[in-house]
Design a protein around this ligand. Structure first.
Ligand code: SF4
Ligand code: SF4
Length: 390
């Protein structure tokens, strides 16, 4: 099988054209003074990663992924479920003839789903094999148990034994957990457990208690757990009308102010976003002006749900899916990603039936999200035929 070095790979892809617009030299180009990419070590994995990686979730352009690789991005994050598997397939096509040790692949598998509930160890490993086939590789660098939200999840023996077996069979070099619910509880449990190498956690400047979050990441780093940040853009807009954009570059830098965060995986769907994100790989210092730009407009509640679950207790029916529903709202209205929002809603939509007959909504959000209004808005997406969703 033919293999390409970065230069020949670059020449053979349309990403060359896109990269011509990037404000820094292309990796591999000669006679050009190259600025240094800032790298950090990912805990005990000892992987040295650029501080900006690539969240592939919403990307459907192979050229965009190639452009990122050519510009020095080496870590690409996907999941078994993204775009019904097409996301992993795209990565498999992009990297088919690229030296395997020149990039880092991370994927995630959810240990439960809507049809089966808990899927168990065997099915988890079957799904991993499907992911590896799609990715055209015999191993992933990081395998996450996807979307864990409690201490019990972290200590779940099915999950742990599936991950450990994947590692033993050399289908995963490192194992971890992704979490956007009860992030602090999950990370503290991972420290206690000791079996995990990496955590992929939601964190951004709109978090209700950044001090506490950073105490937990410090403890995790001390325990050797590598920290990857997601949801760094906090929804990209403050308002659902999309009239108040978040300064995404500043938001990314805010997360990287925490020295224990090794890298970030902002979602990228355009070359413009790629260019902006990658500039942070060369300078991640948050300026005073950028910090000031992140002050939340008090009239806007923002869209980034912390997954703290405090609203659940205030709901008459204690609907456990309220945080997921608010996350779906952020995908649809913030990131303009209705398909991803719908994937979440399909998992939880049965709960909406309780709302129809509930009367006045009592659910309260600690961040003052108007929960009833947001449920009304987002549940309409469940009746849109899939083929109309971007
Ligand atoms: S309307 Fe509000 S209180 Fe009632 S079930 Fe729905 S979220 Fe809970
Ligand atoms: S909706 Fe608000 S209270 Fe509920 S989990 Fe999200 S941030 Fe917490």
């Amino acid at each position: 099988m033919a293999t390409y070095d970065r230069r020949s790979f670059l020449r053979t892809t349309v990403s060359t054209i896109a990269l011509a617009n990037l404000p820094f030299p292309i990796c591999g180009e000669e006679n050009v003074e190259q600025p240094t990419i800032i790298r950090r070590v990912l805990g005990r994995t000892n992987l040295r990663l650029p501080v900006v990686s690539f969240g592939v979730m919403r990307a459907d352009s192979a050229a965009l992924v190639r452009a990122a690789y050519d510009a020095g991005v080496i870590h690409f994050d996907t999941a078994h479920s993204y775009q019904q598997g097409r996301n992993e397939m795209m990565l498999g096509e992009v990297f088919e003839n690229v030296p395997r040790d020149s990039y880092i692949l991370a994927t995630k598998i959810q240990p439960r789903d809507r049809e089966k509930g808990k899927i168990g160890k065997d099915m988890f490993l079957e799904r991993l094999d499907i992911s590896l086939q799609r990715l055209k590789t015999s191993y992933v660098d990081i395998l996450y148990a996807h979307a864990l939200g409690s201490r019990d999840d972290v200590f779940d023996t099915d999950i742990l034994s599936a991950l450990e077996e994947a590692k033993k069979k050399k289908k995963a070099r490192f194992i971890g957990v992704s979490t956007h619910r009860n992030v602090e509880e999950v990370i503290e449990a991972m420290i206690e457990c000791g079996a995990y190498d990496v955590v992929l956690a939601a964190m951004n400047f709109q978090h209700q208690n950044p001090k506490r979050l950073r105490e937990v990441t410090a403890a995790a780093a001390k325990a050797g757990i590598g920290i990857v940040a997601m949801k760094t853009m906090a929804g990209a807009y403050y308002d659902k009308e999309r009239t108040k954009p978040i300064n995404c570059k500043a938001a990314l830098k805010w997360v990287l102010e925490d020295p224990n965060v090794a890298t970030t995986i902002p979602g990228v769907t355009t070359f413009e976003q790629l260019r902006e994100n990658l500039s942070v790989n060369y300078d991640c210092t948050l300026t005073d002006e950028e910090r000031a730009s992140l002050i939340v407009d008090p009239q806007s509640k923002g869209m980034s749900c912390d997954g703290c679950e405090q609203c659940v207790q205030t709901c008459k029916h204690h609907i456990p899916a309220l945080p997921d529903t608010m996350r779906a709202y952020m995908y649809a209205y913030g990131y303009s990603a209705p398909r991803q929002a719908r994937e979440i809603l399909d998992e939880v939509s049965r709960f909406f039936e309780l709302c129809y007959t509930c009367g006045e909504c009592t659910a309260n959000c600690v961040k003052a999200f108007p929960i009833a209004e947001r449920i009304r808005d987002i549940q309409r997406l469940t009746s849109v035929p899939q083929e109309f969703l971007a």
